[in-house]
Design a protein around this ligand. Sequence first.
Ligand code: AVI
Length: 365
Amino acid sequence: MPAVPNPPNTPFQNKAPQTPLPPLNHHNGHAAAPPALVALANGRAHRPSPQPEFVQQYREDSGALREQVLAGLRAGQAAISPKFFYDVLGSRLFEAITDLPEYYPTRTEAAIFASAAPAIAARAGSGCVLVDLGAGNCEKAARLFGSLRPAQYVALDISVEFLRATLSSLQQQHPDIPMLGLGADLCAPFDLPANVRRGRRLFFYPGSSIGNFAPVEALALLQRMRGAAGRGDGVLIGVDLHKDEATLVSAYDDALGVTAAFNRNVLRNVNRIVGTDFSLDDWRHVASFDRAASRIQMHLQACRDVRVQWQGGAREFAAGERIHTEDSYKYRPEDFTLLLEAAGFDDPVYWTDPSGWFAVFHARG
Ligand code: AVI
């Protein structure tokens, strides 16, 4: 896919004058110099603030997206891919989920990063190119900047539009770290553009997003990371661990109903994308734990007989029938270790919390 880089930064951006000029003053018999010139000459020039670069590699094919949704709706077991959760409202609802008392993964992972940061930096080494594959609001990576001191921060999302505001304000807080927003699809082979600096790379995939892939797909994703990683590179991945069923189910079926809203919102997004006529009142949120597969499953269940129509088609759902919307796999540490090794990574280690609910893995390329 062709890269569409933003206009590059101007060559003089961020550069201080190379030879300091003698200080100017206003009492030398000449007319007073303009303040900006005085400031420049005194080495106090107002520098333009650094800006992140943005590259959009992924090109959305709206026809293919529509076909993908309709194929899922027509299937025997109807399904909608979890990628359709994340429209603007869905992304906000997800952020709200991460604040819920029942949703332990985000705060548990943050506590692990906080306590293990020196050990992570000791293994991964500072001064790497930090490639954040699950950037979202970039908060998790930003908390590691102090210990990792990255030579460049690359934030990846399907659309750079989701990254623009966050990355621009992060860049103001960390003017010394060059930043790149990359619009790319994790499910396609990694083809990092030339804007990603050479040097040791650390692929960062926090938040247990790897759990939203079935294990064979997770293996394929890890293999893509391995393919992009050279000697000395590494991966740092957040993984939600297997635990008691009640804790797991309440994390995905909270008392306030935020996860239910997040799940049902996918129907609004599908109505927008393919022109279906889902009525949200007809559907209720269901979260259950499939012990054999070690995964939380989310469904939308029809509250009554429902007919859903779109241009050129329709589907009847009987009361109680379900649409599958998400799996969230929960690993045992030894199983995720095997997955990393099967993908070709070496020397995997992990850090966990005192309850053993979540793990952060590091492995070498
Ligand atoms: C993004 N992902 C890791 C979340 C999870 O826990 O599987 C998505 C989510 N779905 C419901 N709550 C959170």
